[in-house]
Design a protein around this ligand. Structure first.
Ligand code: N2P
Length: 361
């Protein structure tokens, strides 16, 4: 994990006056912003920005439930947010400090209300799907032109995975997404909270486990782009970023992303302010900055994820707003599912199961 500490101080922004720098600490997903926006925030507001990154809801949740994270803004996905709100981890937003709330998109707000009623604690940052990224050349070389690159068969059928192991396969280390995906493959309800149904995920992972090189939730971007691996179960925008990095490197690697045709998970990443945030006022300034239409568009244009900001849409490039892998049309949308948070007891089953699956024993 990288840590960016931007050092443009408030004192500098105030023209050299000996001001004590105000600080805001943001903890966001890796590869999820255009870093120029971070500099722009400091220049515009004079607030020092400490920007740290993570790649796992579970890691963030441990910090939120323990308390004392020291962060002013964090970005859990909806299902995790819901559980953390119930646990008292966040403070209500103050709409008076967030005039740019007017830019938000009611279509997304309706969906996120499912996790955060009235959107009282959070704003949507971005949303996307969990799917399959492939190096088209290598995969068709190994599996033929009919390789099922848009199907769960690619990653859950051992006969495919045995061949793909030659060029490298990564899976996300994200049980709350990988288990629903395996259940979908079995034709079960991906949102099942029945421990007996969830346990069936094991029969999907065990036969393919020997062919999975790594469970990791951020390395696959560069690994795909460089040609070090040929398949990643990963997040939509991350795989589209890999596609771009390969194109920029002009290395002959062609990357494609598909939300599995059997159905794919759709998730919403929400910005929220921890109950014990050191600087909630600066947190609101940061949220309002992010909700500026042009800033939000710059972020989406850079990371290839859709956002929950209606006003940003006129500033999105065609590559983003016109790509149904990012802004789904109705047909694509109909094929996406969402999940609910696991109750504590079920979560423990999931955690145990996932550890077992990963260890391959
Ligand atoms: C960004 C990943 C964010 C999507 N790299 C996971 N919710």
């Amino acid at each position: 994990m990288k840590t960016y500490t931007l050092t443009l101080t408030a004192a500098l922004a105030l023209g050299g006056a000996a001001a004590i720098a105000e600080e805001v600490r943001v903890y966001n997903w890796s590869d999820y912003i255009d870093e120029e926006l971070l500099t722009k925030f400091e220049e515009e507001t004079g607030i020092d920005l400490i920007y740290d990154v993570f790649d796992s809801n579970e890691v963030l949740e441990t910090k939120m439930l323990a308390g004392g994270s020291g962060y002013d803004v964090v970005v859990p996905s909806g299902t995790f947010l819901q559980r953390q709100i119930v646990a008292g981890a966040f403070q209500k937003l103050d709409p008076a400090q967030l005039p740019n709330l007017a830019n938000m998109w009611d279509v997304v707000e309706k969906r996120t209300e499912q996790y955060d009623p009235e959107n009282a604690y959070s704003i949507n940052y971005m949303w996307g799907t969990t799917g399959i990224g492939v190096n088209v050349g290598k995969v068709t070389e190994l599996l033929g032109e009919d390789a099922p690159i848009d199907s769960l068969d690619l990653v859950f059928k051992p006969e495919n995975m045995e061949k793909l192991a030659q060029c490298g396969v990564h899976f996300l280390d994200a049980p709350a997404e990988m288990i629903p995906m395996a259940l979908k493959f079995l034709g079960e309800d991906p949102d099942s909270q029945d421990p007996d149904v969830i346990a069936r995920a094991e029969e999907v992972f065990v036969p393919v486990r020997p062919y999975i090189q790594k469970f990791h939730s951020s390395e696959y971007i560069n690994a795909l782009a460089n040609g070090d691996i040929c398949v990643a179960v990963g997040w939509s925008g991350d795989i589209l970023q890999a596609r771009d990095r390969a194109a920029e490197a002009d290395n002959g690697v062609e990357i494609a992303y598909h939300a599995a045709k059997e159905g794919a998970q759709m998730w919403f990443d929400q910005m929220a302010i921890p109950v014990d945030a050191p600087n909630p006022k600066a947190a609101h300034v940061f949220l309002n900055f992010i909700m500026d239409a042009q800033n939000m568009a710059a972020a989406s244009n850079y990371v290839y994820y859709a956002n929950g900001n209606k006003a940003s849409q006129e500033f999105l490039v065609e590559d983003v707003i016109g790509d149904t892998a990012i802004y789904p049309d109705q047909e694509t949308l109909d094929n996406l599912f969402t999940t609910r948070p696991y109750p504590a007891k079920v979560q423990r089953t999931v955690t145990r199961l996932w550890t077992k699956i990963k260890s391959g024993t």
